[in-house]
Design a protein around this ligand. Sequence first.
Ligand SMILES: [Fe+2]
Length: 187
Amino acid sequence: MNLNAGIAKTGKLSLLVVGLAVLSTLILVAGPADAAKCLPTPWDEIGPFYRPNAPVRSSIGKGYLLSGTVRSSRDCSPISGARIEIWQTGPGGQYDDAHRATLFADRRGRYRIETVAPPGYGQRPSHIHLLVDAKGFEGLITQHYPKHGKKKASFDLVLVPEWKDDEKPGGRVDEVIRPGKTRPGKH
Ligand SMILES: [Fe+2]
């Protein structure tokens, strides 16, 4: 191998090493797992039983612990102070004031509520309704579906950053839950 060929080969090798290092860094910073984890949480029906102004509390029952982190879909960063409203049926299968709560995500975006796994009814599996609102993000209305026999679950709530006024109307929760906007039937 002459000197020029050797230098060229070394150069290619260096480029390969640098390329691999950059790739590794990218995977470490925003790996595929993180990207998948921060897909926006899908919307689900609000149903007819939402009531505003649920009391602020972290326990509405016993036997099922629901927790998770509120995050931004932009970069997975936690959203501190997000307001989360929860409503569900009690053990008897009825919606009532005892099974509603308002929570606030802590400084790391985490939330936690102690509750009871609601029974399923009719065609509907066991489910817990959640409404999430945070400054600078589109509101989210969704549902968590406890798995049969499980006593806890982790359910991250990933919000989409709100568009600026001149880009697109924001999908604020307050607009969504105005009378006439709900779709009774699935609750
Ligand atoms: Fe429901």
